[in-house]
Write a new protein. Structure first.
Length: 226
């Protein structure tokens, strides 16, 4: 406690002496600061604001505009209209989506059949006239979770003169059945001759299946704009 009192007395005395001589003290303080700054500046020890060249200054003050977003490729209506999207067979109460895979892989075509009827990629579309070939599953199991396995159920019940409609996004194409028959897998070849505007419907368990299948052939009789 004695040492603390002595220390406080010393500080008080020192402060009083400085205060009494505050004029010379402040002058000396600022003189020493200014002198120190001058010496440090002379030896390039003081940090300076970075210099910006004319070229860089243009980038900073007038930044280039952000690049415009790249537009997604636009598919024209005429391109979308060339592919079938849906098939309706009134006689069977059937209305099923049509898929148009580009792959010829049996595995890819089988996978597409799980989502509807499939147009074989080598057959005609509505832009390139010829024989359009549509495959669809048929199944007579009592319980089927995926209804696309029954897309072409009853196809063999169609008869000559029955109507089938295939839709694009713009047009309904109406076909009339000309023949219905059963064929072995090895004999179920289809003539893809161009210019005939015909439709062939085939039931199948899978692409490449060796089972017999029913085949329906039909010819185009009318086009109805939607």
């Amino acid at each position: 406690m004695h040492y603390f009192a002595s220390y406080m007395t010393f500080l008080t005395t020192l402060f009083d002496e400085i205060w009494d001589k505050k004029g010379p003290f402040l002058f000396t303080f600022f003189f020493v600061c200014a002198l120190s700054y001058g010496i440090l500046f002379a030896i390039d020890f003081i940090p300076e604001k970075p210099q910006v060249s004319g070229e860089d200054a243009a980038v900073v003050t007038d930044p280039a505009p952000a690049p415009a977003p790249v537009a997604e490729p636009v598919v024209s209506m005429s391109e979308r209209a060339q592919y079938p999207t849906r098939i309706v067979i009134p006689e069977l109460g059937s209305d099923v989506d049509v898929l148009n895979p580009q792959s010829r892989s049996i595995a890819d075509l089988d996978a597409a059949l799980l989502s509807g009827v499939v147009r074989h990629p080598d057959s005609a579309d509505f832009k390139n006239t010829g024989t359009m070939v549509l495959f669809g599953h048929s199944s007579y199991l009592p319980t089927v979770r995926n209804k696309n396995f029954q897309a072409f159920n009853g196809l063999q019940k169609l008869a000559k003169g029955d109507m089938v409609s295939v839709f694009s996004e713009e047009t309904e194409y109406v076909y009339v059945v000309t023949s219905v028959y059963k064929a072995a897998a090895s004999d179920a070849s289809v003539d893809l001759e161009k210019g005939k505007e015909t439709l062939v419907l085939i039931t199948c368990n899978s692409f490449g299946s060796k089972d017999d299948r029913f085949v329906v052939e039909a010819k185009l009789v009318e086009k109805k704009p939607l």
